[in-house]
Design a protein around this ligand. Structure first.
Ligand code: FAD
Length: 369
């Protein structure tokens, strides 16, 4: 008899397994249908011996001291600040748009205050900001929107930014200084020995039993457990009874090149050319020294593993129907990106799992009284 059956060994499931086993002394069965732990953060050494991320580049960044110090129990860190260039008009320019981007693109020599005035002269005044297009056009104007966002968003989502919630492009800021870091969070580091090693340490506890290559549907009737934590897709849990929640998927094409270095930064975006959105070179992320280098191209697609919940109002309404069913279930918790249908980063999923653990603890102590 297990106290908890946890479906999914990504951040959501693994953090909860660790907390329940270590702090609450619960017996946990953690299952995943894949042949590895770590969910989409899984990394491994490829044939050339270079550390690569199987499900696309994962850069850790957070403003939460709680999340950072929690994960620090299981890994040392390597300071890493991610930088992204966009390939535009035959040159590579910093992304998010900053002072250097505009000066390079237009052959100007503006100062920060002149750039503020430049943006103001280009910005289109909008009464309401509803879509991803509104967010960008209202700050930098239509020309920069078309260069940097329109094509990229169309490739990434197969939708025009005017059809997508404001949240998508709101994630990418615009700067009037020369700060060319992709993120500005207070903690920006990569696990020193990789994500998978960090997960191995997190799950190394006698109370945690792990079963891989195991779909929960194949074992649910055969396992004895008291409570369930589900981190897979919420619509799958309810047999798609209201229809499928739409996701965007990606095909990853990996290459190892017989050269030391391929591109100047971790990621280069291709907003308007080619079928792929971006290329990432892993050695920038890991700091690994190797005479060869491995890169990954990302080709967004409609079919495949569910990666990105599509942020459109209709989809939010559909998710809310499933959420209502979920709220009626006893002893069942839905946690993580797929189970809450949210475009969460890793740190947000860790925070969600830690707060779910606190909720479980307080429910158990109330029931014990
Ligand atoms: P997952 O990692 O998806 O884990 C869910 C697990 O459940 C999976 O292993 C799956 O196999 C398992 N599962 C599903 N259904 C079943 C079933 N029926 N039976 C058994 N097991 C099942 N975040 C960042 O912070 N920084 C980044 O740079 C970043 N880059 C990203 C790039 C890409 C391409 C993608 C797709 C995501 C990126 N993310 C990034 C987000 C990050 O991947 C997620 O926040 C995080 O992995 C979510 O963890 P999770 O546990 O909720 O889900």
């Amino acid at each position: 008899m297990y106290d908890y059956l946890i479906v999914g060994a990504g951040f959501a499931g693994s953090v909860l397994a660790e907390r329940l086993a270590t702090i609450a002394n619960k017996k946990v069965l953690l299952i995943d249908k894949r042949n590895h732990i770590a969910g989409n953060a899984y990394d491994h050494y490829d044939q050339a011996g270079i550390l690569v991320h199987k499900y696309g580049p994962h850069i850790f960044h957070t403003n939460s001291r709680e999340v950072f110090s929690y994960l620090s129990k299981f890994t040392e860190w390597r300071n890493y600040q991610h930088r992204v260039l966009a390939s535009l008009d035959g040159q590579l320019v910093p992304m998010p748009i900053n002072l250097t981007t505009i000066n390079l693109l237009y052959g100007l020599n503006l100062s920060s205050s002149e750039l503020t005035a430049f943006f103001e002269s280009k910005a289109e005044k909008k009464k309401d900001i509803n879509t991803s297009e509104d967010v960008v056009v209202s700050v930098v104007g239509r020309e920069l929107y078309e260069k940097f966002f329109k094509g990229y968003t169309k490739k990434q989502w197969d939708m025009d930014p005017s059809e997508l919630n404001a949240s998508v492009t709101a994630r990418v800021p615009t700067r009037t200084n020369k700060d060319d870091r992709y993120f500005t969070d207070s903690y920006q580091s990569m696990p020193l020995y990789g994500y998978t090693k960090m997960f191995e340490k997190m799950l190394d506890h006698p109370n945690i039993h792990i079963m891989l290559n195991t779909d929960y549907k194949d074992v649910i009737g055969e396992v004895n457990y008291k409570k369930l934590i589900f981190t897979g897709p919420i619509d799958e849990y309810f047999d798609y009874q209201f229809g499928r929640l739409p996701y965007r998927s990606i095909e990853f094409k990996f290459e190892t090149l017989d050269q030391d270095n391929f591109q100047p930064t971790g990621t280069v975006n291709y907003p308007n050319d080619y079928g792929f959105t971006r290329i990432t070179e892993f050695k920038h992320l890991s700091g690994q020294q190797h005479k060869k280098t491995s890169i990954v191209y990302e080709f967004p697609k409609a079919e495949g593993d569910p990666y990105y919940p599509i942020p459109k109002p209709d989809n939010t309404l559909l998710y809310e129907k499933y959420q209502k069913l979920a709220a009626k279930l006893e002893h069942t918790y839905f946690v993580g990106r797929l189970a809450t249908y949210k475009y969460y980063n890793m740190d947000q999923v860790v925070a969600q799992a830690l707060s779910t653990f606190k909720k479980i603890q307080s429910e158990e102590s109330t029931n014990a009284v």
